[in-house]
Design a protein around this ligand. Structure first.
Ligand SMILES: NC(=O)c1ccc[n+]([C@@H]2O[C@H](COP(=O)([O-])OP(=O)(O)OC[C@H]3O[C@@H](n4cnc5c(N)ncnc54)[C@H](OP(=O)(O)O)[C@@H]3O)[C@@H](O)[C@H]2O)c1
Length: 252
């Protein structure tokens, strides 16, 4: 994507990766609108970055998404970048009965949230001369962490949705990129300084550098071997598969 001259809406920007991405884009002179549930943090981040605007959003609530999308289109008609970043990562154990409320919260936040947010803004984005949707998945989309089974599944599902979305938007002005972070030291679980976690600054620096190209997926070098686990050529396979289905449609 082009890193400058954008109007960017980023969900989950009250902390961690979202806040750091918002600040990196703000530093490059973009108009950045941040979202999250915690009003005090929205105000704090906006105050630290003059010109940034904070909007309250509960990505798990379809009414909140609809209201925010309406406001964005009205107040920021040049909005051309949507970064679906908000997420939660509760632990679970699929060898035992799961807490249904927790599973629902994960799927509402991590999967239906980005799907609904994109859906609410897609016609607006297509009307822009140049637009980008970025979905933040995870390395766990490719290598599930069994103790976060529903989380890993939500990210694998968002990866799958992203592949379909990219294909269906292939002839529009909207490009679709995926960021699949490694373990990054944020409050997602608990900021711990664990040496296995990538420091946030280093992650953002490498991610911004890779976002600048046309890469479909932004994967830091440290986890490229994990991403390659399903095998090379996945995009070609998916594009060829979908082209073949279009050429010979499934009867409906
Ligand atoms: N850190 C990692 O190791 C890692 C690895 C791979 C992928 N990721 C992904 O990166 C994204 C950001 O995570 P992070 O590591 O930066 O964690 P974080 O610091 O905990 O940030 C999560 C953000 O999501 C927002 N959020 C959560 N539920 C929300 C809701 N219902 N409505 C609106 N916003 C909501 C939070 O804002 P409020 O609480 O203010 O609403 C917060 O800004 C997530 O999608 C996560 O899955 C992280």
């Amino acid at each position: 994507m082009q890193l400058t001259d954008n109007t960017i809406f980023i969900t989950g920007a009250t902390s961690g990766i979202g806040r750091a991405l918002a600040e990196a884009f703000h530093g490059l002179g973009n108009q950045v609108i941040i979202a999250g549930r915690r009003r005090a943090l929205l105000d704090e981040v906006a105050a630290a970055n003059p010109g940034m605007v904070g909007i309250e959003l509960d990505i798990a609530d379809p009414r909140s998404i609809a209201a925010v999308a309406d406001r964005l289109v009205r107040e920021f008609p040049k909005l051309n970048v949507l970064i679906n970043n908000a997420g939660i990562m509760p632990f679970d154990d699929p060898s035992k009965p799961l807490d249904d409320a927790v599973s629902q919260a994960i799927l509402q936040t991590n999967l239906l949230g980005p799907i609904r947010m994109t859906s609410a803004l897609i016609e607006h984005l297509k009307a822009q001369p140049r637009a980008t949707i970025i979905n933040n998945t995870s390395v766990l989309a490719y290598l599930p962490l069994a103790g976060n089974a529903v989380y890993s599944a939500s990210k694998a599902a968002l990866h799958s949705f992203t592949l379909s979305q990219r294909f269906m938007l292939r002839e529009t002005s909207v490009s679709v990129q995926e960021i699949a972070p490694p373990w990054v030291d944020t409050d997602l679980i608990r900021k711990s300084g664990d040496p296995r976690a990538m420091p946030l600054d280093a992650f953002i620096a490498e991610t911004m550098q890779k976002l600048a190209g046309d890469a479909e997926e932004i994967v830091v070098d440290a986890i490229s071997a994990i991403r390659d686990n399903p095998g090379a050529g996945e995009h070609k396979l998916i594009n060829d598969f979908n082209a073949a289905i279009i050429a010979n449609p499934i009867p409906v």
